[in-house]
Design a protein around this ligand. Structure first.
Ligand code: ARG
Length: 457
């Protein structure tokens, strides 16, 4: 088959070599963006007097037909035509005749593919932001039901101080909010047009880059043509932001998995998001949460593979850049499904309020309360810490908890203790009293919920 670039060649590559070089297997994902970019380009060519209006009109009509076919999944691509750009150009020429060959005036596949990638990521990042907000809404809804649900808060995975379950959930809300902001910020750089950079040096034709950029809804254009065709920072930023997001989801999943275990029993996942074992009839496994945790690895991998592709590339375009696509497509798909699954899991999980409440009663997570109690009475906190440490040790030796120790024992250890000490030992009171800004006190959590709702708008 004659190549669109075949003029200076006397021999063709063998089929398997051609296949090695082709990207059509995966870059057909960009078909709509490629057509959209071409329509803007030819519109600009006509407006700038580079192509006669009637030629441009024919080309545009042809592109519209292809667009319709693409939307109906009626296009068939071929490996011989290498990539989505050459496939579509060939189809256009077959459809409208030689005039179709004028489309590529003042353009190269290098600025063309970069334009496609910018358009594609803009669409997908906006969709991801919407899905992130969907997950945030589910978190807020769940948190609103559990402001006064008390649970152990952990450090080192050892019980530390009791917290509100809503407070724990809202920690993830704010992590996700940073993810939203990172994606929003990245849109500034995604939404720039490389179109008109040509192969690398610009073009001899009097093109109007700002015009084609505005037709495509870009906020501006790349300043430098060489940078425009060889920059993939915007994809790297997407992959970095996505890696951080997946890390957040993975941490959350790790907690959900722990919480679903027999040892914790803090939550029960809905059957809809669990699976059974082929051998052990009693099993209910949190597979979806495990998979999100697992898929974090591939997103990190995609970031590292593109960073590695980029690190040795001289300016400007190099075919290595074709390797930017699969990891990006894979990440988009992984992120979108993970966000939906995550929202579904949280929405449908059952929170075992009793188990959570019980957990804080049978431990020493109220020890800080008595240290604070003594410190409030004037004992230096360091000494108060020592006193309570001795009391905890006493309890451990007797197999009891701080609430079970009689007042006399407290007073033997430190005369500052009075009967009101039992009030602060109550875990509910411990949470309620942590009313410092951003703390787990119920008033604070209610304010945080208001803020979260305001952020969601
Ligand atoms: N398929 C190519 C890619 O994805 C398109 C650009 C090809 N440009 C070139 N000069 N060979 O990067």
């Amino acid at each position: 088959m004659k190549k669109l670039w075949g003029g200076r060649f006397t021999e063709g590559a063998e089929a398997w070599v051609e296949e090695f070089g082709a990207s059509i297997f995966f870059d057909q994902e960009l078909v709509l963006e490629d057509l959209e970019g071409s329509i803007a380009h030819v519109t600009m060519l006509a407006k700038s007097g580079i192509l006669p209006e009637e030629d441009a009109a024919k080309i545009k009509e042809g592109l519209q037909v292809l667009l319709e076919k693409a939307n109906n999944n009626e296009l068939t691509f071929s490996v011989e035509n290498e990539d989505v750009h050459l496939n579509l150009e060939k189809m256009l020429i077959e459809q409208i005749g030689e005039v179709g060959g004028k489309l590529h005036t003042a353009r190269s596949r290098n600025d063309q593919v970069a334009t496609d990638m910018h358009l594609y990521l803009r669409k997908e990042v906006r969709d991801i932001i919407a899905k992130l907000k969907g997950l945030q809404e589910v978190l807020v809804k769940k948190a609103e039901q559990h402001v006064e649900t008390i649970m152990p808060g952990y450090t080192h995975l050892q019980r530390a101080q009791p917290v509100s379950f809503a407070h724990h959930l809202l920690a993830y809300f704010w992590m996700l909010q940073r993810d939203v902001e990172r994606y929003e910020d990245s849109l500034k750089r995604i939404n720039l047009s490389p179109l008109g950079a040509g192969a690398l040096a610009g073009t001899t034709f009097p093109i109007d880059r700002s015009y084609s950029a505005s037709l495509l809804g870009f906020d501006g254009i790349y300043e430098n043509s060489m940078d425009a065709v060889s920059d993939r920072d915007f994809i790297l930023e997407f992959l970095s932001g996505s890696s951080i997001l997946m890390m957040h989801l993975s941490r959350f999943c790790e907690e959900l998995i722990l919480w679903s275990s027999q040892e914790f029993q803090f939550i029960e996942m809905s059957d809809k998001y669990s699976t059974g074992s082929s051998i052990m009839p009693q099993k209910k496994n949190p597979d979806m949460a495990e998979l999100i945790r697992g898929k974090t690895g591939r997103v990190y991998g995609n970031l590292f593979s593109l960073l590695t592709v980029m690190k040795g590339l001289p300016l400007a375009y190099n075919k290595d850049l074709q390797e930017d696509k699969e990891g990006m497509f894979d990440t988009v798909k992984t992120i979108k499904t993970s966000l939906l699954v995550m929202a579904g899991m949280i929405d449908t999980m059952k929170v075992n309020t009793d188990k959570l409440g019980q957990a804080v009663k049978q431990d020493f997570s109220n020890a800080t309360e008595i240290a604070d109690y003594l410190a409030a009475k004037g004992l230096p906190f360091r000494q108060a810490h020592e006193v309570v440490g001795r009391l905890v040790l006493m309890c451990i030796e007797r197999g009891i908890y701080l609430l079970d120790l009689p007042l006399e024992t407290y007073q033997e250890v430190c005369p500052l203790f009075e009967a009101d000490l039992y009030d602060v030992l109550d875990p509910y009171a411990a949470v309620k009293r942590r009313n410092s800004e951003g703390g787990t006190g119920f008033d604070q959590v209610c304010q945080a919920l208001e803020k979260a709702n305001a952020v969601l708008g």
